[in-house]
Write a protein that binds this ligand. Structure first.
Ligand code: NAP
Length: 432
């Protein structure tokens, strides 16, 4: 007796979809042995059907809704991108009891509640390992391997484009615009790089990581976000002089307020990271995520965070899990949101700061500047005068831990001082 195949609909045949189809085709025998039944592609949805795609043309369709609806489709792999179209298609699939594997972080970070509820209702699987950090297994370790532990912090570099740009600026001394253009030429930045460089992509991933780490529903709008477009070569130079580099970090952590209440924080911003911190050595387009759990201690996950083939690896891992569940029965883990922790406002978050300002080169400036910090109980760790020029001097202040709200007030007050020409940049220090 032959085993009934499991029908797969692949939505999208771009960078990721074409690699998913390639692996499904080339490794069909192994995958069938691992699942217990063959995986058969029923169709592949694209925008434009043409014959130059390197796949069996009879599989192509520009009607993803009809493909999802087919009775012989058991699992839908969504690698289209966008929000509205995939949202409708995934909901339609889940409502019909079909399991879904998606790489779509933007969609998940916005509609995780709706999608999970649909999956729960129809007892279907919703897997999304590829949505965070490409090939790096981080969703499954958090949801399954650490399900018995208490995760306190997840922090990492989850956007390859910005990491490539910051690493290259640090290495070459080139400025931001020049390095972004180079990243575009090398294929590391998209034609419209906003989602990457302004931190939206990392914020979506932070929302997903915080949700699963803290058993609380977190969406992209809960994540505080700053991008890297204001980072200058001077910032990187100063960072080096402080034995640090600059990384765009996504940080999700459990915090306790001064009143003893448990809260969570999810935030994305460029930060100074000491050279001896494990994240400082993650360069180029690579990603890394550090997880701190009560019993497990510190774990680090490192690898390729994007690209067709690495992302397809994560999609295929999910697909095999979903197919096994179809074959043997059972389900993958559901969304866990029982903790319902509140999000701490950014103003309550304590970090160390680096404030760089252009000041008048005359006596008493330092005391005037220092007074603004001490008025708000911010203790200064180091002060350094970077350079003198006709326009004055560059003063760099590094603080001890301070509340974000106090620091923001201080920066506004510094900006008003006659002796301060401008506050050039304010960056946080992490991992010190
Ligand atoms: P892509 O190269 O732009 O491919 C998108 C594919 O979807 C194309 O084949 C396109 O058809 C098809 N498509 C888009 N809208 C469609 C519609 N309305 N109807 C039918 N087909 C449609 O995108 P990608 O880089 O593979 O990314 C796919 C997803 O994976 C995104 O959610 C992305 O965030 C996620 N992801 C990507 C990476 C990565 O490194 N690329 C990493 C992690 C996660 P045509 O070919 O006809 O245009």
């Amino acid at each position: 007796m032959t085993t009934k195949p499991i029908g797969i609909a692949v939505l999208g045949l771009g960078n990721v979809g074409s690699e998913v189809v390639r692996i499904l085709t080339e490794n069909a025998e192994d995958l069938a042995a691992r699942v217990g039944a063959p995986l058969e592609i029923r169709g592949i949805a694209v925008r434009r059907v043409d014959g130059k795609r390197g796949v069996d043309t009879s599989l192509l369709t520009d009607d993803p809704a009809s493909l999802v609806d087919r009775d012989d489709v058991d699992i839908v792999v969504e690698v289209l991108g966008g929000i509205d179209v995939p949202r409708k298609l995934i909901l339609a699939a889940l409502e019909k009891g079909k399991s879904v594997v998606t790489a779509n972080k933007a969609l998940l970070a916005e509609y995780t509640g709706e999608l999970n509820e649909a999956a729960e209702k129809s007892r279907a699987d919703l897997y999304f390992e590829a949505a965070v950090a490409g090939a790096i297994p981080v969703v499954r370790p958090l949801m399954q391997s650490l399900a018995g532990d208490r995760v306190n912090k997840v922090a990492g570099i989850v956007n390859g484009t910005t990491n490539f740009i910051l690493s290259a600026m640090d290495e070459t001394g080139a400025d931001y615009a020049e390095t972004l253009a180079e990243a575009g030429r090398l294929g590391y930045a998209e034609a419209d790089p906003t989602a990457d460089v302004e931190g939206y992509d990392a914020a979506s991933k932070a929302a997903i990581l915080a949700s699963i780490a803290f058993h609380t529903r977190v969406t992209a709008s809960d994540v505080y976000r700053e991008g890297i477009s204001k980072i200058t070569s001077a910032d990187l130079e100063t960072a080096r002089s402080l034995d640090c580099t600059i990384k765009l970090l996504a940080i999700c952590e459990r915090i306790t307020t001064p009143k003893g209440k448990e809260r969570i924080s999810a935030r994305v911003y460029p930060a100074l990271v000491p050279h001896d911190h494990p994240l400082a050595t993650v360069n180029g387009a690579f990603n890394a995520v550090v997880v701190e759990a009560e019993a497990a201690g510190r774990l680090m996950f490192y690898g390729q965070g994007a690209g067709g083939s690495p992302t397809a690896s994560a999609v295929l891992g999910d697909l095999v899990m979903a197919a096994r569940n179809k074959f043997y029965g059972g389900r993958g883990p559901l969304e866990s949101k029982y903790a319902k922790l509140k999000i701490a406002p950014m103003g309550d978050i304590l970090t160390r700061y680096y404030v760089s300002m252009q000041v008048a080169d005359k006596t008493g400036v330092l005391a005037t500047v220092a007074a603004e910090f001490s008025k708000r109980d911010i203790s200064i760790s180091t002060v350094r005068q970077e350079e003198s020029s006709e326009n004055g001097a560059r003063l760099v202040v590094v603080t001890h831990l301070a509340a974000d709200s106090a620091l923001s007030e201080t920066v506004s007050a510094l900006d008003e001082l006659d002796v301060v020409t401008s506050v050039a940049s304010v960056l946080r220090l992490e991992g010190t």
